[in-house]
Design a protein around this ligand. Sequence first.
Ligand code: ADP
Length: 375
Amino acid sequence: MAITRDDVLKALSAVTVDAGGTTLPASGRLSQVVVDPTNRVMFSILIDPSEAERFESVRRRAEGTILAMPGVSGVFASLTSERGPNQPAPPAQAAPPQPGRPAPPRTGPALPGVRHIVAVASGKGGVGKSTTACNLALALSAQGLKVGLLDADIYGPSVPKLFGLSGKPKVIEERLLAPMDGYGIKVMSIGFLIEPETAMIWRGPMVQSAITQMLREVAWGDLDILVVDMPPGTGDAQLTMAQATPLSGAVIVSTPQDLALIDARRGVTMFRKVSVPILGVIENMATFICPNCGHASHIFGHGGAREEAARLDVPFLGEIPLDMTIRETSDSGRPVVAVNPDGPHAKVYRGIAAQLWANLTGGPAPRAAPRIVIE
Ligand code: ADP
């Protein structure tokens, strides 16, 4: 039996939000309610950050009410502080940092056990952001760091495919999901949790809500770094997400074409607006290496991202060639850094990962412990 949004709203009218008996749907705090084809219900409750504690109990009651509905297979509800129609404006954003000065540290609620959260973003889709995020995460892991990868690309989650992972994550405690294992790193993707067509209709508050849950209701354990593959672009959803996630920094992936660079510039501006330090720009598909003769050609021009990074006063992390091996390994679920860790591609990603870690922490990563061979 298909559950409708009206069914959900009717059920939620039994949940009150204050002593006066205002119901959740009447409070104006309910985001758009989404029911996916498997009868999973998703919504968020708009609050001011100062109301978080009080509304946590409303959220739990709302979830309990929906779970008790016959036919509902799951519920995904969370609190969001995006401004709602009946709410006061959120506190003013910190002023954007002055060019050349480091951004002030972020103050969002940290994730226990996770030292750094770093966003991998792009101004537009198709520049190789997800491929780069995966291989960077693996390269960080190869340096002896404990690494997680959160695929927050809600409009086109591709991490399951890039890692060749399928199936649903296990629930290990009430409301806590176990991340999947992808070549030794902890992986969670919105793609494990929703049907692809559901993703397309998600709006800003829903996006934030889902990300918050994937951050906080996944058993990440102790991590040195959690890499977040962001949705492409610089619209409201991305801005909201950048605000809602306690990011230590962001990396922008761009191709050398001018257009992509304009988009990359928007990405830099977006993170500056919310005071997230830019750890660097990566130029992807920089040169084409001919698979037959090894000759390098600069199909899209060359050096644009490096120059642009200098103009924007952000670090340049390096160039990744346009290479058939990278595409083939990504598309077959065997990321190149994992399957050929000593090859030339892995070396490029490792160099970028080392620079990224240095920009993040000011020091080198611990080396992987040497392998002891007993003969
Ligand atoms: P995005 O996340 O920006 O949308 P993807 O990572 O999904 O982009 O990459 C888009 C396509 O480009 C994929 O088919 C991927 O295999 C390919 N690709 C990404 N980076 C490279 C590269 N350096 N060389 C060759 N192909 C690449």
